[in-house]
Design a protein around this ligand. Sequence first.
Ligand code: 3HC
Ligand code: NAI
Length: 705
Amino acid sequence: MADLVHLARQDDIAVITIDNPPVNALSPGVPEGIEALLHQAAGDSHVHAIVVIGAGQTFIAGADIREFAKIVSGERPRISLHPFLNAIEDCPRPVVMAIHGTAFGGGLETAMAGHYRVIAPDAQVGQPEVKLGLIPGAGGTQRLPRLAGIAKALEMCAGGQPISAPEALDLGIADRLIEGSLLEGAISFAREIAAMPVRKTRDRNEKLANAPAPLFGFAREKTRKLARGMTAPLAAIDAVEAATRLPFDEGCRREAELFDQCLYSSQSRALIHAFFGERTVAKVPGLPKDVQPAEIARAAVIGAGTMGGGIAMTFANAGIPVIVKETAADALGRGMSTIRGNYAKTAAKGRISSADVEQRLSRITPQLTYDGFDQADIIVEAVFENTSVKKQVFAEIGRIAKPGCILASNTSSLNIDEIAAATGRPEMVVGTHFFSPAHVMRLLEVVRGRETAPRVIATAMALGKKLGKIAVLAGNCPGFIGNRMVGPYLREAQFLVEEGASVEQVNQALYDFGMAMGPLAMDDMAGLDIGWAIRKEFARFEKPGVRRPRLPDILCELRRFGQKSGRGWSLYDADRKSSPDPELAALAEKAAREVGVQRRTILDEEIVDRCIYALVNEGARILEDGIALRAVDIDITYIYGYGLPAWRGGPMFYADTVGLANVLTRIRELEKIHGPDLWSPAPLLERLANESRTFTDFDKLKANS
Ligand code: 3HC
Ligand code: NAI
């Protein structure tokens, strides 16, 4: 305990420092330590006021998230933080909380129990618990509306977004902004207020009055749209509403009931899995410890099409100057005007200033030559998805790039080793598979080739973080992790339409499952021609006699390529808004006749099972093949690249929650109906199910081996 929290005295001011790296979480021992030292300081007659501050990079970043699983499993009792926070509030000496870094969750709740708060200008405060499927559980929903008002408390507790220090000051969450040394500022502030009576947040009820009646209704309506399918944000609204109706202690009891409901929910387990997963994927086992990522100060991109333009913006947004090369002036002009248009839209939404737009544009140099490519630290190729075109480009850059330059391909499915062989320096080649739109989507799949050097992998992973992406390492196989899995997922969606489901039913069933969009809507957005080209490229590997979807080929033969051509699985207007296509049913019947399929009524449950279990089964094979390092890498790939909701935890975690034995039983039923070529269970899935284990167990075993 003594190690986690320290007490020192600066004349008449006691300073309690929380020292629990990396983020000063309220792990067991921390609240007890603070409380004991507060008691000690308050009992010292020389102490006139007390400052509580965090050591290292931050004030308290919240409860210790690792503890929640232990509470749910019964390994540890759930300990209420209320007595601790009330003890702070009841301290007879004024307590000043000195906030820097991030006072999040239980961190902000602790700060609000202090009598005063001072804050560093770049600090942030927030109640992000909903992102973990929880609500504030230590009085946040009761104290925050008393300080910041009901509307802001609703927004912060239900939305989970942090606010800046100046905003916290405006709202009354903080009492003073401290430029320069936070500790010195906090101590002099403490001296100023030392003689004043203590103010308890729980008694400050003035901001609770006069909440307009419809406020909570509006908040619920907005939340149902913005956090579709999530339960915690609605519970957070209920808890804040309780603050307006109940005395403080009763409000806290209501908050605790709602917190417990969230804590024991599968959504919370899934979101906590995703929180740690996001951090786990950055760790690459097996990379030599002394490998340091290279610095990326200059970049070049080849191709200014859909992906090249977005990738160039991503570099420019991160402050890295980038050259963009095209083959012809008109393609380059189109690419640059799309980039300008994208920035203008972002500026119009108020997310960046016009000065930011100019600065970012000034970092992008459009050109038709390889001039300056010999200065680049990384070259990212984003030309057509065709192996021979890519090989030619890589042969060219292999000749001109400086030694140490990383040669990266944005291919979404092609063989990295084949491309690398064209360069004469395959150890420098890596896949950097950005997702569309590249300046928006968070996922970056880093693809390791047979000869990719460890330093190149470390650099690509670190670059991902610098670009604001979540980088997941994948092995080299057709489609890597993401698109390899999406193959069977889309295949099932397409089969289902041939078998009798409507396009709208398939899309809606997966949307209701929580996906950001239905599979066929996604297909239309990506462009049906892309799948068509890939099917042609990989046709030579396909086993004869195995059923393949016929309908997407029929659509492509009719030049129905999706959104870009105004019709694909659905019809699209000029604003790319979709509507059902009355001709599609006839085309589906034609496809069914050609492949000899009997059309029938299909239930939504079958749609979800077939699409999601196709993902799970392929995911298990990907794990077995070593293409993904861990099951959680697959989960993070799907959450950040394919719109699977984080509250499902990813496809593999979802399968764990259903129970792998149940998943296996359903896959065996599907195997009986559709044949082993499409549905034989992955051996790893069978093994784990037979051993009553989960994919999470698989990851743990692997980490410990
Ligand atoms: N508990 C336990 N571990 C935590 C943690 C927490 N609250 N917050 C961060 N960590 C761990 C991370 O897992 C990571 O561990 P690793 O190095 O082993 O991978 C390490 O701390 C550093 O974290 P980041 O890599 O995320 O560091 P950053 O500097 O990028 O970000 C941060 C720091 C902004 C604090 C970010 O970690 C964060 O947002 N943390 C979560 C904050 C949060 O959700 N707090 C609420 C918790 S729930 C709660 O308080 C309930 C209460 O109401 C009762
Ligand atoms: P695109 O067709 O929009 O753009 C390709 C661009 O490359 C064209 O503008 C073309 O003129 C240019 N180009 C071709 N050869 C060139 C050369 N030798 N030098 C310079 N420029 C050249 O294609 P898109 O969609 O941007 O795809 C690019 C790559 O990204 C492909 O490998 C694709 O598989 C991959 N990808 C595509 C995604 C998508 O959703 N569109 C998603 C993820 C990856």
